[in-house]
Design a protein around this ligand. Structure first.
Ligand SMILES: [Fe+2]
Length: 307
């Protein structure tokens, strides 16, 4: 039994020397500034989370991730078992937080009690026709040129020194379930995609992924869900037109199945746009996959090693 079962990822935190430059990039990426003061920039998506990306003024770097507990009772149990204080979350949406360090030294915040915000009003998604079903009849499709609309944060991938140690910590603490474990032909386990245990409620194929690395622990990437494929592609063209650094994409992964598009922020952190990922329940269990499946695309640009 884990200490608690988290229900999603809440936000990622970074440090950067120039908040205005981060704000400009993230606006082009499809996030919306919600609040900034005292050297901290909060950016939200169009969904119900008060914010999904935080930047504090400082030397450029990844500063940690936050997971969302189901309720305050879970947060109190975590605090008691880990002998940590519950602190007020002095940020948009309020709430409470317990701060931990994972085996690689990453700051992991667990939050509860944040107030949801009203979703931003954006134009409705124009339905898609396929050969099998026609949902768009007597209606043209005209897309607005501009940034994608990030709706929510979906997952992040951490490069870790000892995969089994990190996996044990995240599973025992937060109840993560393996969706796909990556194993070489020689039987070496290189990492895993982990999903939240939400019982019969479907959840993303991965909310966290851990990848074995011989280098120092680092954020591999953080991934934000956009509205649909049109929204992702329009945003791709917009980021390119603004001169930002593309990293990998567009393509469709095998593991998780999502359509992906990776970009780099002004300090080189990789951020992903994704849409149309797999949704699984606890009953879907766990499987093993090869390094070839990890790297493969079902269509689009072949590329690097993590999804
Ligand atoms: Fe990803």
């Amino acid at each position: 039994m884990s200490v608690l079962a988290v229900e999603d990822i809440a936000y990622v935190r970074f440090t950067a020397p120039r908040l205005s430059e981060m704000q400009a990039f993230l606006s082009d990426f499809g996030l919306f500034e919600t609040f900034s003061a005292d050297g901290i920039l909060y950016m939200r998506g169009a969904g119900r989370s008060p914010y999904v990306h935080v930047t504090e003024q400082g030397r450029p770097g990844f500063a940690g991730l936050a997971l969302r507990a189901r309720d305050m009772a879970d947060l109190e149990r975590l605090a008691a078992t880990q002998k940590q204080a519950i602190e007020p979350l002095n940020a948009p949406g309020g709430g409470a937080v317990v701060r931990l360090r994972d085996p690689d030294g990453f700051c992991v915040e667990v939050v509860a009690g944040q107030s949801a915000v009203e979703p931003l009003l954006v134009e409705p998604i124009v339905p898609w026709n396929s050969a099998a079903s026609t949902h768009r009849v007597r209606q043209t499709k005209r897309l607005r040129i501009g940034p994608s609309h990030v709706v929510r944060l979906g997952h992040c991938v951490l490069a870790v020194r000892d995969f089994r140690a990190a996996e044990r910590w995240y599973k025992e603490m937060f109840g993560f379930i393996t969706s796909d474990e990556i194993v070489t032909a020689e039987g070496l386990v290189l990492g895993a995609f982990l999903r939240c245990d939400r019982g019969d409620t479907a959840t993303d194929h991965h909310t966290l992924a851990l990848a074995l690395s011989a280098q120092a622990p680092r954020l591999e990437h953080a991934a934000f869900e956009v509205r649909d494929l049109d929204d992702l592609m329009v945003g791709h063209d917009y980021l390119a037109s603004r001169g930002h650094a593309a990293s990998w994409g567009v393509g469709r992964h095998v593991l998780g199945s999502q359509v992906f598009d990776y970009w780099r922020d002004p300090w080189g952190h990789t951020l992903e746009h994704w849409t149309d990922g797999d949704l699984l329940t606890r009953a879907d269990g766990s499987r093993q996959a090869s390094i070839e499946e990890l790297r493969a695309v079902q269509w689009g640009a072949p590329g690097s090693a993590s999804a």
